[in-house]
Design a protein around this ligand. Structure first.
Ligand code: ATP
Length: 207
């Protein structure tokens, strides 16, 4: 079996990073795609030059790194600018993912922890199976607030993302995160069995 690649997503505060680390303890290799998004925009990153050429030196800080609040201020209110930024960063992130996949032994199960899987083409053609973490909106807002955002910010971020229905249409598997962490562990046990089964090619039918 070659490397089997799972795309893992869920709304903000759904618990997808927690699920990713639970899958890691069961043997999955995790690739943090949000982290790769930051990496490609670093001065030596694959997308840095294109971003600066497009948005100008006004989005570069004194230390040569991107001024992220300035860039966020531009793309937050301008969908075309966001589209242009994604067109530069997403192929760069895909290239980073592929580079990492090449280093893994056959039979590895790889999980791409990817917040924007539903909203974008990021990783399309790379992942073979989609796992969606679903949690009730009240629990999600509580978790986001505990991280320091206001309730209004939490609701605005949730509204800017895909809906649960949209995520469900692309899911091969849904992991419910609706109770305590030990319940989530049990849900991840079940998910891990399903992922391993999906990763295992069916044996040829006997003659
Ligand atoms: P983001 O979209 O912002 O990256 P996320 O979906 O990856 O968020 P996590 O980072 O996994 O969410 O979870 C946010 C916080 O909530 C973490 O501190 C995590 O430990 C906690 N958490 C997640 N699920 C539960 C649960 N079922 N019970 C208690 N705490 C939980």
């Amino acid at each position: 079996m070659a490397v089997f690649v799972v795309g893992l997503t869920g709304g903000i505060g759904s618990g997808k990073t927690t699920v990713a680390s639970m899958l890691a303890t069961r043997g999955a290799h995790i690739i943090d795609c949000d982290g790769l998004g930051r990496l490609v925009a670093e001065p030596h990153g694959r997308a840095y030059g294109a971003i600066v050429a497009h948005f100008g030196h006004g989005i570069v800080g004194a230390d040569g790194r991107l001024d992220r609040p300035a860039l966020a201020g531009i793309v937050f209110s301008d969908p075309d600018a966001l589209g242009a930024l994604n067109a530069m960063t997403h192929p760069a992130i895909d290239a980073e993912i592929l580079e990492r996949l090449r280093t893994l032994p056959d039979d590895s199960i790889v999980v791409l922890d990817m917040a924007v899987l539903t909203e974008s083409q990021l990783g399309a053609g790379i992942y073979q199976y989609v796992v969606v973490v679903e949690a009730d909106p009240v629990g999600r807002i509580d978790r986001i607030i505990r991280r320091g955002l206001t309730e209004a910010d939490a609701r605005a971020r949730m509204a800017s993302q895909a809906t649960d229905d949209q995520r469900r249409t692309i899911a091969d598997l849904i992991v419910p995160n609706t109770g305590a962490l030990d319940e989530l562990e049990r849900a991840v046990d079940i998910a891990w069995i399903a992922i391993r089964r999906a990763a295992t090619p069916a044996a040829p039918a006997p003659d």
